[in-house]
Design a protein around this ligand. Structure first.
Ligand SMILES: *Cc1c(COP(=O)(O)O)cnc(C)c1O
Length: 387
């Protein structure tokens, strides 16, 4: 964990880790070092590792240290987007290598693995990782990476990170967990055995729907060196202003995640008893198939994402989406404002129809990203939309 703040609690690290007052001016907030290059005293003699901003930049470095501290990692790297962070991990692989990917994965991740890296000779197998026997059967001699999200997207299955990591390590594969839905406040994959944590910082880390970004966190110094080399070589680095916005965002991450979780728990409970709802999927509900595992793996709350199956199919779903006023119809998630979407038509449209069918991404499925507004207002909005 980064520097002197390792001993502090999450909220203290969120506000202070990686961010001492600026030594040249005393500025309390990390300045936006909007500079592509840095003066050298003599050829090859420069301050710290600052010779060119693709390689390193002080604002980005403060963010990398802050995110590493929050994930309990020794090292952090930031990227221009979540998918470019994912691509950096895939660049570690060679033609013929095999990846096992959880079946119910973010649509853009599915596309990157199957339609970009598959062409470069990376083999991909989709597995329902709530079934550990199915995972065991998917390993081959060339399996290098097991990649998962938990809770999954959009059906919020919970995957046992510790058990997957044990199995993967026994077969010589590394484990990468996309922790976007939880943020480090709700779930700590590295402590459960993951080798790399990946984030779309666009979502809860950013929290205000105004930045696209990604990050990788790890405790493994060798993996870090290789990923840092790929970051330098491929250059999918974030803009400096975006790094500043993300530093501002992470200062309230713990507060936001608490409220997202409280609001979502109230709304999920309310929806479960509504006559027009067939089924609610939320890891905090006792009715969730992996509720016991969720309680262990997500000790600080169950997050802001809810999936609901409406009675009545596509017409009922469209009707609800068109009638909500506080819940805006939009892709993405994790912002302070509440959003509603139809995975079959929107976020998961790029998933082939037969795969959507197998994953129960049906016409009547609606996904909510519950924001941090007043829960009573959100419930009233859903109530009038369903009436
Ligand atoms: C959004 C998202 C991504 C991709 O991130 P971008 O910042 O949009 O590139 C990856 N994983 C999950 C779980 C996401 O929600």
């Amino acid at each position: 964990m980064s520097e002197s703040h390792a001993k502090h609690g999450f909220g203290t690290r969120a506000i202070h880790a990686g961010q001492a007052p600026d030594p040249s001016t005393g500025a309390i907030m990390t300045p936006i070092f909007q500079s592509a290059t840095f003066a050298q005293e003599s050829p090859g003699v420069f301050k710290e590792d600052y010779d060119y901003s693709r390689a390193s930049n002080p604002t980005r470095k403060a963010l990398e240290k802050n995110l590493a501290s929050l994930e309990g990692a020794a090292h952090g790297l930031c990227y221009a987007s979540g998918v470019s962070a994912e691509a950096a991990v895939l660049h570690l692989l060679s033609t013929g290598d095999h990846v096992i990917l959880c079946d119910d994965v973010y649509g853009g991740t599915n596309r990157l693995f199957h339609r970009v890296f598959n062409q470069a000779g990376i083999e991909v197998t989709l597995v329902d990782m709530t079934d550990l026997d199915a995972l065991d059967n998917a390993f081959g001699d060339t399996t290098r990476v097991v990649w998962l999200e938990t809770p999954t997207n959009p059906t919020l299955k919970i995957i046992d990170i510790r058990k997957v990591a044990e199995r993967a390590h026994a077969r010589g594969a590394m484990v990468c967990v996309d922790n976007t839905f939880c943020s480090p406040y709700l779930q700590s994959p590295l402590a459960l055995g993951a080798d790399i944590v990946c984030h779309s910082t666009t979502k809860y880390m950013g929290g205000h729907s105004d930045v696209i970004g990604g990050a990788l966190l790890t405790n493994d110094p060798d993996l870090y060196d290789r990923l840092k080399f790929i970051q330098l070589s491929v250059g999918a680095v974030p803009g400096i202003l975006d790094c500043f916005l993300l530093l501002r965002s992470t200062k309230t991450l713990h507060l936001r995640m608490q409220r997202h979780s409280e609001n979502a728990m109230r709304i999920a409970t309310w929806l479960e008893s509504h006559a027009k709802i067939d089924r609610v999927l939320y890891p905090g509900l006792k009715s969730h198939p992996q509720h016991a595992l969720a309680r262990e793996q997500m000790p600080n709350g169950f997050g802001g994402m809810i999936a609901v199956y409406l009675k009545g199919g596509l017409d009922a779903a469209k009707n609800m989406l068109e009638k909500t006023e506080l819940f805006t119809i939009a892709e993405s998630l994790g912002g302070v404002e509440s959003l509603i979407e139809h995975p079959g038509i929107m976020t998961h449209a790029s998933v082939p129809p037969e795969q959507r069918q197998a994953l129960a991404i049906t016409d009547s499925l609606v996904r909510l990203s519950v924001g941090v507004e007043d829960a009573d207002d959100l419930i009233a909005d859903l109530g009038q939309a369903l009436a």
